[in-house]
Design a binder for this molecule. Sequence first.
Ligand SMILES: *[C@@H]1O[C@H](CO)[C@@H](O)[C@H](O)[C@H]1NC(C)=O
Ligand SMILES: *[C@@H]1O[C@H](CO)[C@@H](O)[C@H](O)[C@H]1NC(C)=O
Ligand SMILES: *[C@@H]1O[C@H](CO)[C@@H](O)[C@H](O)[C@H]1NC(C)=O
Ligand SMILES: *[C@@H]1O[C@H](CO)[C@@H](O)[C@H](O)[C@H]1NC(C)=O
Ligand SMILES: *[C@@H]1O[C@H](CO)[C@@H](O)[C@H](O)[C@H]1NC(C)=O
Ligand SMILES: *[C@@H]1O[C@H](CO)[C@@H](O)[C@H](O)[C@H]1NC(C)=O
Length: 494
Amino acid sequence: MVGAVVMVRVTVAGRRRFPCLRSLLLLAAFGFLCLQLHVSNLATHETTSEPANDTVLILSMVPQVLHKFLTSKPRNVSQSLNGTNGNGTSMNGGLPIREILKSIHKYNQEQVVHNEDIFGPIQNDTLIIVIQVHTRLVYLRHLIVSLAQARDIDSTLIVFSHDYYDPEANDLVQSVDFARVMQIFYPFSIQTHPDTFPGQSKDDCPRDINVQKAQIMKCTNAEHPDLYGHYREAKFTQTKHHWWWKANRVFNQLEVTRNHTGLVLFLEEDHYVAEDFIHVLRQMQGACTIACPQCNILSLGTYLKTYNYYGDTKKKEAARALKRHQTLSAAALPPSWAFQILPSLYQHYHKAEVTPWVSSKHNMGMGFNRSVWAELHRCARHFCSYDDYNWDWSLQQLSQQCLQSKLVAIVMRAPRVFHIGECGVHHKKANCESTSVISKVQKVLASAARHLYPSHLTITFSSPNKKHKLRKGNGGWGDVRDHQLCINMTLPHR
Ligand SMILES: *[C@@H]1O[C@H](CO)[C@@H](O)[C@H](O)[C@H]1NC(C)=O
Ligand SMILES: *[C@@H]1O[C@H](CO)[C@@H](O)[C@H](O)[C@H]1NC(C)=O
Ligand SMILES: *[C@@H]1O[C@H](CO)[C@@H](O)[C@H](O)[C@H]1NC(C)=O
Ligand SMILES: *[C@@H]1O[C@H](CO)[C@@H](O)[C@H](O)[C@H]1NC(C)=O
Ligand SMILES: *[C@@H]1O[C@H](CO)[C@@H](O)[C@H](O)[C@H]1NC(C)=O
Ligand SMILES: *[C@@H]1O[C@H](CO)[C@@H](O)[C@H](O)[C@H]1NC(C)=O
């Protein structure tokens, strides 16, 4: 399964410069199964420890100057907008929807870049970090703390893409002082469309009725159940819409990125970065130029759990598909963190693997540039009409069915992005405020500190002949209104 191992020795000279190649060594083939065994034997299922202890522990590992990002200032909700909500209609954290829409429109129109006065204008090769933000501010605070500690973060532009308007989130994001920052707002959110499409309307068909019944009811989308016979659920469609919208927005619509040809890195609110992630991204870019022209996705993370299940993905995928169609509550479960990450993993700190991009493994901390986006954009119809509510599975489908050159990822073996969200966007576990994973990640990174900033990468090429069978989608994306909305986001609109 593993082909040749190429060792690319790259040194980073200077901040924004690209590394030059020292030497390129071809080594004999060797596998990496040893690591799997290593990790799986030591996996533990830790129960959540006391939240209070976690908090103390976490704070002790965060520099004092960054504590400000972890504390929420109490807001005086009753204050400003009390007078304007006379009608008592749909309120959101004290804000009437029309106020929210007005603000969103204003933000999207003005496209303010904060801190440009301190860090200078954006260049065509500035690293752009785009973070998809929903409502889980506890995690977002920690992501910001991790970003604040990353070397060279002051050379980046961080774009926060929100699908929920929340003054507290705005305060937090606007308090970021270590990099240039921009906020964009997904304009078709459920928050701003609580009872009309893209939200759930009372005329929409209930998820579980059959087509005959739907036709008798004459509900709006009677003719368009998904491939499992279920009708649309608004809350499950939002994430894919938002993902597609923000990619279109960043590459094709924002003024500030008009001439940008550099890398765009995609993160989510419940990710956490290692301090050397920018260094590593540059190493990966340099390595690709030299040794992997076919690579088009840089992936900073892989779910560590996959080490336990390597080669067992089919079963997992089947289970995942089943989940959506059997129990609603489990539908959008994030990969669980019932495993232990090991500092020893970072003995492999400089190793990267070139592999076909696999949605379930390489969707975290992935970066690509405008020319790759242009290819994806060309396949918009595919992405928008494929009956799967997951953006990553849709991308995978697009890679296999539409793209001229498939998605090939270079993936760091020791992740530089971690998933800290124990609770998904839709799924609420008992203890969603739990931060035990965060302290684990902090500990791992602290003990791996001397292994960070590798001076070179060692690249393994996994054999490309391993066919990924085409799978049936997960459904949830059968409604033609979703297809159309998604396509609409693709239309030119600068
Ligand atoms: C909230 O606003 C009201 C009215 O402006 C004020 O009387 C009150 O002290 C404020 N509360 C806080 C906690 O700031
Ligand atoms: C308040 O709600 C009522 C009933 O829904 C509606 O008829 C009226 O136009 C609303 N008034 C304002 C000012 O929005
Ligand atoms: C970036 O901008 C510089 C200066 O304007 C220009 O010389 C360079 O060719 C540009 N690079 C790309 C890749 O567009
Ligand atoms: C993009 O390039 C054009 C032509 O060189 C220039 O006029 C414009 O100011 C640039 N825009 C940005 C945002 O850099
Ligand atoms: C964008 O990425 C592609 C694929 O990785 C690469 O071939 C191309 O050179 C990159 N373009 C720029 C301007 O860096
Ligand atoms: C998409 O755009 C078309 C044309 O502007 C419009 O008629 C249609 O309602 C839009 N569809 C959605 C779902 O927004």
